[in-house]
Design a binder for this molecule. Structure first.
Ligand SMILES: Nc1ncnc2c1ncn2[C@@H]1O[C@H](COP(=O)(O)OP(=O)(O)OP(=O)(O)O)[C@@H](O)[C@H]1O
Ligand SMILES: [Mg+2]
Length: 514
């Protein structure tokens, strides 16, 4: 356990960084002790990722000093930082989708023989060993692009581990992992710690931060706020420091409103009816990804879908949205009409919208600015006659930016320069603008900070009052319990329970999950 009299391993001294129009970091100073797990907390856009990019040589121009082991360092590249023993697992996954898992792990430092030929077999063998230390059975020759987000994140972790760094930076490593994958990551972290690895850990999940860390540093609006011993603080204090005001009041308001809503729900008309929905899984022993799923969704209702990894949460939403490669069987009825969308565009026309869990691959339009990313699916609303009206488009987009507290310099800012959580908010905004009858949300608050989460819940709730119906999945049970009027539980592709809000408790759901 680190003590204050130990020489710090890392000293950050008055670190500053400006981007056009944004002061991302301002005179940030704190220390990291050798062997500790140091958590960094802060709202979306607080400057966490920027600071870690400086420490890992991704960003090379900044103000202030970086001191490692008492010596001032200035990295000119990530390679420099790797040589100094620092590696980073990025928040936004950086895998090359067209390359194999093993090629991704060894990118830039491929093993070669005397003649300069790549030693593919050796690399595959080493990759396999690394992956199995992460309890992962993916073949090293699999194409990275064919993996789900959770597995891709694991490959990023394997890549960082292969460097055998003494300082490992993890920027929201669990944001795309399911509960059992998180448990597996915790075991890996324990192993690393027992080998003396120092870990810098960014997360919006307070339970994780408190479970893992020795100390916590809070950033707010690019400023250093405080470093605290984890043992002598509380999640409440940390959130308070992060947002600069107490939060819990807002949450309980939402809960009361939610339960009133749930009581009225059963008498409302059915908007979406799902009957015996099944999705085949050719070549797999189980034979199906989904089997006999049936439920009703009422107007104004929020239906939560709980499930562990492989339970079929994402597949369920994708089946409804016409986004599966194989057509599902069974019957889907929307407003009294049977629908069988075979493509997302058909589902959109029918009145469905889907916010996917994987924003980078399926959601963000990386070449476009913030405004257009928000309005892209509702441009007809900004069109007068034949022409797109820029001022109308701006009005639409800026209303959403305000509603969802998107932190951006302007609507013309490139979307890729926004912090991770703020990018996520733009994608949610886009689909809300399409005024769907049914909104499908696949883990919508992934990487969104506590304050903005509460805003997002409130917004969803108020849209439901106006008649929107929502199906939402989440990897966090407490989130589902706060938000949902009813909860459907999936286990290995089957529906094992459906709970009313009043009867849904964490233990009951947990037992239905397995
Ligand atoms: N390349 C860039 N160009 C312009 N602005 C940037 C760039 N990178 C980051 N920023 C801005 O710097 C600020 C801090 O961003 P950063 O990504 O460090 O936040 P964060 O704390 O990691 O947030 P999150 O929890 O959402 O990931 C934000 O306002 C962001 O828009
Ligand atoms: Mg970040």
């Amino acid at each position: 356990m680190p003590e204050s009299n130990i020489t710090p391993l890392i000293q950050l001294k008055r670190i500053g960084k400006s981007f056009p129009g944004v002061r991302a970091l301002d005179e940030v100073s704190f220390d990291v002790a050798p062997g500790e797990l140091h958590a960094i907390c802060g709202e979306n856009g607080a400057g966490k990722s920027t600071l870690m990019k400086i420490l890992s040589g991704v960003i090379t121009r900044y103000e202030g000093d970086l001191v490692i082991d008492g010596d001032k360092v200035s990295f000119t590249s990530t390679r420099d930082a790797e040589v100094a023993g620092i590696s980073i697992i990025h928040q936004e996954l950086n895998l090359v989708e067209q390359l194999s898992v093993s090629a991704n792990i060894f990118m830039g430092r491929e093993l070669q023989d005397h003649f300069g030929f790549r030693k593919d077999r050796l690399m595959n063998a080493q990759a396999k060993e690394l992956l199995s230390s992460l309890e992962c059975t993916i073949a090293p020759t699999t194409l990275a692009g064919s993996l789900r987000v959770g597995d891709q994140q694991l490959i990023e972790i394997a890549k960082a581990l292969s460097l055998q760094s003494r300082i490992l930076i993890m920027d929201e490593p669990t944001s795309a992992l399911t509960e059992s994958e998180v448990a597996r990551l915790y075991r890996v972290i324990e192993k690393l710690r027992s080998n003396g690895t120092t870990i810098l850990y960014i997360s919006h999940k307070m339970d994780e931060v408190f479970h893992l860390s020795n100390r916590i540093t809070v950033l707010r609006d690019g400023q250093f706020i405080k470093t605290l011993e984890t043992a002598s603080t509380s999640p409440k204090e940390i959130t308070h420091l992060m947002v600069g005001r107490p939060l819990e009041q807002a949450d309980s308001e939402l809960e009361i409103e939610g339960s009133q809503n749930a009581d009225q729900m059963q008498n409302r008309e059915v908007v979406l009816r799902v009957e015996s929905l099944s999705l085949a899984w050719p070549g797999h022993a189980r034979g199906y990804r989904l089997k006999d799923i049936s439920f009703d969704l009422h107007r104004g209702e929020i239906l939560g879908i709980a499930g562990l990894m492989g339970a079929g949460r994402t597949e369920l939403l994708e089946s409804l949205f016409g986004a599966t490669s194989i057509a599902p069987t069974g019957r889907i009825t929307l407003d009294g009409q049977t629908i069988a969308p075979r493509h997302p565009s058909e589902a959109c026309r029918a009145g469905l919208a889907l916010v996917t869990e994987d924003r980078k691959r399926l959601g963000l339009l990386a070449k476009m600015n913030v405004g257009r990313n928000i309005t892209i699916c509702s441009l007809e609303k900004a069109t007068t006659g034949w022409f797109l009206s820029p001022s109308r488009e701006t009005t639409l987009a800026s209303a959403m930016v305000t509603k969802l507290l998107v932190k951006t310099d302007s609507l013309r800012t490139p979307i890729t320069t926004l912090s991770g959580g703020n990018q996520q908010k733009c994608i949610v905004a886009r689909w809300l603008l399409t005024n769907p009858k049914v909104l499908l949300l696949d883990d919508p608050t992934r990487g969104v900070d506590v304050g903005a989460k509460a805003e997002l819940y409130r917004l969803i709730r108020s849209l439901c009052k106006e008649g929107l119906s929502v199906i939402v999945t989440s990897s966090e049970l407490p989130e589902l319990l706060t938000l949902s009027d009813r909860i459907v539980v999936l286990s290995e592709g089957r529906q094992t329970a459906i709970f009313q809000r009043s009867e849904a408790t964490q233990p009951k759901i947990m037992s239905a999950l397995t």
